[in-house]
Design a protein around this ligand. Sequence first.
Ligand code: 6PG
Length: 233
Amino acid sequence: MKTIRFPTPDALFDHAAARIAAVAAEAVRARGRFVVALAGGATPRPLYQRLARAATVDWTAAHVFFSDERCVPADDPASNFGAAKASLLDRVGIPDGQVRRVAGERNPIDAADAYEVLVRDALGPEGRFDCVLLGLGADGHTASLFPRHQALTETDRWVLPVHVSTEPAWRVTLTLPPINAAHRVLFLAVGAAKANAVRALVERAPIPAAHVRPSGGECTLLVDTEAATLLDA
Ligand code: 6PG
């Protein structure tokens, strides 16, 4: 995994937006479309705002999924889809049917089953996203793959419902197989609160995020100075 440090969050998000625009253009050239799984949480929102202004992305060729989702309605403030919709999806012209959200208002088990069908239908048997965006929790979780959770060892299902101790308690997450099949994985970590998790990830300590190792793809960690505090100079 390659780690790139940035002096400020703005510098990180500027780079991330340019990198994703380049990945999208390459995917469209190579495969005729750009299939991306967006990260949840608060960190990526400035990135999505930048992507909404990126003139070089052909959004008509984009197919948007989510790395995970909280089991809440789309208009709930906790919804990852709702956040991406406001900061990006409503601002760019993605054709109907090319944004696939998790039906967070449904029963988690049914929502996960239905999402797996959408992912498999779109990706086919290879299951390769062009890009999976991931955040990093202070405890080392990523997507909704939390420490000591059985979803971490799943090898068959591509999407699972998970119950966690923090609210919203039910979530739906991509599992490691589709994440690790991706052409590119991009971690985003900003702020001092992530410094321990960033060090653990870089040192491959036994945290959930350290299980992300795309076998045939590129994995990159973007960190700002605060999140990189505990890394060797
Ligand atoms: C979610 C995310 C989760 C997130 C991390 C970091 O739905 O919350 O998918 O994995 O990326 O918890 O969250 P912040 O970016 O808000 O710190």
